[in-house]
Design a binder for this molecule. Structure first.
Ligand code: R5P
Length: 307
């Protein structure tokens, strides 16, 4: 049984297809005080539809899917604090219905970039949310978390799936002398993965520095020649778009031909999309860990393989 959070409905459906498992249709409600109630009326324990429904205040579907003693896979990218609560509620609803195994699939894990206390008095937010998720799950599956070590914050087994190879799929087949560039050293492995999946080209990385108070990003070009070449900028996430728009602009100044952006998590917060377009990006490709119009490929098969 696959249970989708509101931000991962397409991916959950693709995963249900890939695994040939039933897809629950959850209901998302918000009370006047702002609290959420996410429930899955079709999720029932054996012969216990009415009783289970009574505990969540929802009407049971008599033809509900029995998860009693079975596996429930909750699929929810935690883009917002509300999405975190949805994930926890769905995990609890699955347990309440008698699921024997609850698996938390968190395709995009919010707060993962707060993986250390950057200043005295700050929390390690990634650890805090990992522990909360792990409290109601038997195991967890993440997709390209910001750092692989994020998996260690979970108190239950956690696997980090690498979906980087899928990013080669939507790229045009006619890239000229392609160069796969990550905006910093931390994402060079991802750039190498995409280059490997594409089948030809070079890989390199920029040096990046960010002012953490203003968010401004400075990019120092790599030594790789870019003039007249098609460049694919590869990163795990495009959030504010400051990193990628700066990189696109630098490449434009250095007479690169077309510049594409490929990322696993196309968060594209606020004006990120406009910043990229204004900088001259040719196209943006992302996966469905975050469901956006640029989500050109699905990580469903990679996640299914981990399940
Ligand atoms: C940083 O280490 C990440 O890999 C990304 O480069 C960064 O989070 C992107 O953020 P933004 O889009 O806000 O520049």
């Amino acid at each position: 049984m696959i249970l989708p959070g509101s931000s991962s409905q397409a991916l959950a459906a693709a995963l249900a297809d890939a695994l040939d498992e039933p897809l629950a249709v959850p209901e998302f409600r918000r009370f006047p005080d702002g609290e959420l109630l996410v429930s899955a009326p079709a999720l029932v324990g054996e012969g216990d539809a009415a009783g289970r429904a009574g505990s969540t205040g929802t009407d049971a579907d008599a033809a509900g899917v029995d998860v009693d003693g079975g596996r429930a896979v909750v699929v929810a990218s935690t883009l917002t604090s509300d999405a975190h609560v949805e994930l926890l509620q769905l995990q609890d609803a699955a347990r309440e219905a008698g699921a024997d195994e609850v698996v938390a699939v968190v395709p995009y894990m919010g707060y993962a970039r707060q993986d250390k206390a950057f200043k005295p008095g700050q929390p390690i937010s990634a650890r805090a949310v990992a522990r909360a998720i792990g409290a109601e799950a038997d195991r967890a599956v993440l997709v390209n978390p910001h750092e692989p070590s994020i998996a260690d914050f979970f108190d239950v087994p956690c696997e980090a799936v690498d979906a980087g190879g899928t990013l080669a799929e939507p790229l045009p087949g006619d890239l000229s002398e392609p160069l796969f560039l990550s905006p910093d050293a931390g994402a060079i492995d991802l750039a190498e993965t995409v280059r490997g999946a594409y089948g030809r080209g070079d890989a390199d990385y920029f040096e990046k520095s960010r002012d953490y108070d203003t968010g401004e990003v400075e990019i120092s070009p790599s030594g790789a020649p870019v003039e007249g070449r098609d460049v694919v900028l590869v990163d795990d996430i495009v959030a504010t778009g400051s990193t990628m728009s700066e990189a696109v602009a630098v490449l434009g100044e250095r007479d690169a031909a077309r510049v594409f952006v490929a990322c696993v998590h196309p968060l594209l917060a606020s004006n990120a999309r406009t910043k990229l377009e204004a900088a001259g990006v040719e196209a943006i490709y992302g996966t469905d860990t975050i469901e956006r119009d640029v989500s050109a490929v699905s990580v469903a098969d990679d996640v299914a393989a981990a399940l």
